[in-house]
Design a protein around this ligand. Structure first.
Ligand SMILES: Cc1cc2nc3c(=O)[nH]c(=O)nc-3n(C[C@H](O)[C@H](O)[C@H](O)COP(=O)(O)OP(=O)(O)OC[C@H]3O[C@@H](n4cnc5c(N)ncnc54)[C@H](O)[C@@H]3O)c2cc1C
Length: 425
């Protein structure tokens, strides 16, 4: 009989948690994922688009063992373009163009579903709200308590390792860092997806394809004075857009950074969009059902990523603004590196494994979070490092290069490559 497999309890069944379950199972562990949602959130109103980098794509392909599946669910983002919109004349011109971008666009719910389908049945326990944990005196195991939301029963699940993948408002992180606070970025994001099924030849879609001719292969950023927007295409005839708007921190209730927008808010957004953006983009915003608002937060880098046999990954470990397209990519790569370290050191050297995980990941994620913060402030015309604000109308071509995605630290050589282990290409 083989040796008993080590066991991990993962809190959070979103991208970081499911990726972690895959990485740990690949490393010879067993994993149980505790998730408070009642079931998989396909078609969730909070879900929208995200960009996957080549390293994340490779990892997901490896875990799901069918590269075609992921390929079929995503759209290439080969080109990264920044443009400036002259809001008075309603015209745009290109500031930067990078044809070596090599990302792919996915809908959050599609990626989540691909990761979930490829896990052994029963890996995720849905409708369980994690409450607390206790580390044994000899630090050899962790016992978690969760409430089964359907019955109100409290159940215990034990493991050799507790992984906190419970998102940017992580309660496990709060246990170790009670004074930790998220930092409001200074702006919120309107987000939406226009489903144009059956409307491929409509004036709106033909118009947007004329104004954004490389949709389907390109990540478009439009900058105007003190604001910016994002537009790209997703599979199944969907256009994904975001629009960042400066303002005071909105009031919101506890456990979400997403706000459901009232009709009044949506109406005002449409009116503003007409003033700022080219008509083809403001029309896309106007045609979109149920746009919603994300309040944008991040945090200064955490001092560490693990305590005893508890480790943080994903947004719990590094809340970030979205401008470097990093949060999902960092989550997937955290999981990949954690799996690698656990396999390399084995359960008997768990602390060495967690130390290597932290040493490998902390410098990378810290730089990426701070870079993303800077990029957001530049594009929103906010002060960065006490210097003059960036004005896309007058910026020099050299200044504009800082807007490019490839300026994100570790863009070319992700830390994955620094590990001396053959990695699937
Ligand atoms: C429904 C949903 C839709 C999203 N859509 C997008 C998108 O379209 N584009 C994008 O860029 N990002 C999206 N995100 C965010 C994105 O997943 C993250 O920014 C990034 O991938 C990091 O993921 P994460 O798993 O670390 O955190 P999150 O995605 O925030 O996941 C945290 C998970 O932990 C669970 N959780 C928290 N507390 C508890 C508890 N006490 N007990 C049990 N479970 C708990 C939450 O329910 C959640 O599933 C979405 C997140 C969610 C949850």
């Amino acid at each position: 009989m083989g040796a008993k497999k080590p066991v991990a309890v993962v809190v959070g069944g979103s991208i970081a948690g499911l990726s972690c379950a895959h990485a740990l199972i690949s490393a010879g562990w067993r994993a149980t994922v505790i998730e408070k949602s009642a079931g998989p959130q396909s078609g969730s109103p909070t879900g929208a688009g995200l960009g996957l980098d080549p390293q994340s794509l490779r990892l997901v392909c490896r875990w799901t063992s069918d590269p075609n599946f992921l390929h079929a669910a995503t759209v290439p983002l080969s080109i990264d373009i920044n443009r400036v919109t002259d809001s008075k004349r309603k015209v745009s011109r290109t500031l930067t163009r990078d044809e070596g971008f090599n990302f792919r666009a996915a809908h959050w719910a599609d990626l989540h579903s691909i990761l979930l389908q490829a896990l052994p049945p029963g890996t995720v326990v849905w409708g369980h709200q994690f409450l607390s944990f206790d580390v044994s005196n000899d630090k050899s195991f962790v016992v978690t308590k969760s409430r089964v939301l359907l019955t109100d029963e409290v159940v215990e699940i034990a493991g050799d390792l507790l992984v906190a993948a419970d998102g940017c408002l992580s309660s496990i992180r709060r246990h170790f860092l009670p004074d930790f606070k998220l930092r409001y970025s200074g702006y919120t994001a309107w987000r939406g997806i226009l489903d144009f099924t059956g409307k491929e030849s409509s004036d709106i879609i033909l118009g947007v394809r004329r104004a954004y001719p490389e949709l389907g292969d390109c990540l478009y950023f439009d900058l105007a004075t003190g604001t910016h927007s994002v537009l790209y295409e997703l599979k199944c005839k969907r256009l994904n857009w975001l629009w960042y708007v400066n303002g005071p921190e909105p009031e919101h209730k506890g456990s979400s950074v997403t706000i459901k927008a009232s009709n009044d808010m949506i109406q005002k957004m449409h009116e503003e969009a007409e003033k700022v953006w080219v008509p083809e983009l403001s029309r896309i915003m106007k045609e979109t059902d149920e746009p919603f608002v994300n309040i944008i937060y991040d945090s200064d880098p955490l001092p560490r990523l693990y305590w005893d046999n508890v480790v943080l990954i994903g947004d719990a470990a590094h809340p970030t603004t979205p401008h470097g397209l990093r949060s999902t990519n960092m989550s997937i790569q955290d999981a990949g590196i954690l799996g690698y370290c656990l396999e390399k050191w084995g359960l008997e050297h768990l602390s060495m494994a967690l130390e290597e995980f932290q040493t490998t990941r902390l410098p990378v994620v810290s730089k990426q979070v701070l870079h993303s913060r800077k990029l957001g402030r530049l594009k929103q015309g906010l002060v960065v490092d006490g210097q003059e604000t960036f004005d896309p109308m007058t910026a020099t071509p050299e200044d504009c290069l800082q807007l490019q995605q490839r300026r994100v630290p570790y863009f070319e050589e992700c830390a994955i490559y620094s590990i001396r282990k053959p990695w699937p290409r």
